[in-house]
Design a protein around this ligand. Structure first.
Ligand code: MN
Length: 213
């Protein structure tokens, strides 16, 4: 292992400390997170995942793969496809990459207790990475640091450009860009409620997990 990838993996472990500290892995089926981060080929596009989470309050968790972990926001109303909506996105702790396909029930009394569903998933592109003006180019890490992230999603429900703008503290806004995927008539958080990996609704996930126990 090169020193560089060694440092990066140590850094991911450090970033996952808050995630691991909140959870009891003998109680919850959520992943601990693999020691060596990375998803195979380095050239593969980074992924995003949006999980619908019926916890003490219902919300969506939007996660972007950045440098070996999933940088995460809780979005109470979920993403909009209407550029005139500004959706509050609360920056929460980084999650491990293998959280992306976690679907199931977190036991009551555990952190985030409730049903988790993989609502949308796919690759994304960092739009700021290859801006024409060299001065405007940003890596995802830099964009996160600066509080302005511009990405294009290629999911099944959520597609095209989105901007994440830091406002204050843990608060950001998630806004659809005006592009050909913008559509004020769609409301996927209300009308497209099933999992992209299992086809199940929140209720079906809950029922099947109960049957398993
Ligand atoms: Mn959540």
């Amino acid at each position: 292992m090169s020193n560089r990838s060694h440092d990066r993996n140590n850094n991911v472990d450090k970033r996952l400390r808050p995630y691991r500290a909140k959870r009891h892995f003998n109680q919850t089926k959520e992943p601990y997170g693999k020691k060596a981060a990375g998803r195979g080929r380095k050239s593969s596009a980074p992924i995003f995942v949006i999980q619908q989470h019926q916890a003490s309050s219902h919300h969506f968790d939007v996660r972007l793969e950045i440098d070996g972990a999933l940088v995460s926001w809780a979005v109470p109303k979920g993403p909009s496809t209407d550029p005139s909506d500004k959706r509050l996105a609360i920056h929460v702790e980084d999650h491990p990459l293998d959280y992306a396909d976690f679907e199931g029930v977190i036991p009551e009394g555990e952190y985030g207790g409730g049903v988790v569903q993989v609502w949308d998933m796919g690759p994304y592109i960092n739009i700021a990475e290859d801006k024409e003006n060299v001065e405007e180019r940003r890596s995802m890490g830099e964009a996160l640091e600066e509080g302005r992230i511009e990405v294009a999603f290629a999911g099944q429900k959520i597609r095209g450009g989105y901007v994440f703008v830091h406002t204050k503290g843990k608060h950001w806004l998630m806004i659809k860009m005006k592009d050909r995927d913008a559509d004020a008539r769609r409301n996927p958080v209300k009308t497209e409620g099933t999992s992209v990996i299992s086809g199940r609704s929140l209720a079906e996930i809950a029922a099947e997990e109960e049957a398993d126990d």
